[in-house]
Design a protein around this ligand. Structure first.
Ligand code: 5GP
Length: 204
């Protein structure tokens, strides 16, 4: 029997949609999922820790990683670099561990190009007004940054058409429930279960 490879799960959604909360809920219910900690050149926000939320690195170090081909994907987002390390992800998938990436739309498109079997899920807010309320409530960014993030959100939501699944983050519980169902369904795809039919019909 061939060993099952891990599932590569990509979650995108505009800044402030509540991705981190949904991810925390998801990882609480599925402790076997490995969350990939990205590299970024942006400054840590209050409460963020190096190695937990991100690996915070200088622009120089990030550019070295690009040149050395150490990243599965990377993108520049609102003036900063964000990227995913290739090495750890490859190891986890080979070990049969499911890997979750929280990345923006350009990075997600690159992942789909390099790994067509990746499952792309887009988390969308119930409305642009609600997204604006959430960004203001978070109280971490200047008004100008919030306006840039809202404009960016509109552009990003246009890209959701390229994703495999669209989940509305109205309540965290409902959104997490839908994502868990998606992952369950993905595991049942016929190509991933050929060994089950072979044990019944043989290799004729
Ligand atoms: P934030 O600054 O709010 O933490 O993140 C800004 C955006 O960068 C979010 O949409 C987040 O999903 C995205 N992001 C985080 N890590 C990565 C990464 O490794 N690659 C890419 N392409 N985007 C990322």
């Amino acid at each position: 029997m061939t060993k099952r490879k891990g599932e590569l799960i990509v979650l995108s959604g505009p800044s402030g949609v509540g991705k981190s909360t949904v991810i925390a809920e998801l990882l609480g219910s599925r402790r076997d999922i490995y969350f990939s900690v990205s590299f970024t050149t942006r400054q840590p926000r209050t409460g963020e820790a190096d190695g937990v939320n991100y690996h915070f690195v200088s622009r120089q170090e990030f550019e070295r990683m690009i040149a050395a081909n150490e990243l599965l994907e990377y993108a520049e987002y609102v003036g900063n670099y964000y990227g995913t390390s290739l090495k750890v992800i490859r190891e986890k998938l080979e070990q049969g561990v499911d890997v979750l990436l929280d990345i923006e739309v350009q990075g997600a498109a690159k992942v789909k190009e390099r790994c067509p079997e990746a499952v792309l899920i887009f988390l969308i807010p119930p409305s642009i007004e609600e997204l604006s309320r959430r960004l203001h409530r978070r109280n971490t960014d200047e008004e100008e940054t919030i306006q840039r993030r809202l404009e960016k959100a509109r552009q990003e939501c246009r890209e959701s058409i390229h994703y495999d699944y669209l989940v509305v983050n109205d309540t965290v519980v409902a959104a997490t429930g839908e994502i868990l169902s998606i992952l369950e369904a993905e595991r049942c795809r016929t190509p991933k279960r050929l060994d089950l039919t072979q044990s019944i019909v043989g290799n004729e």
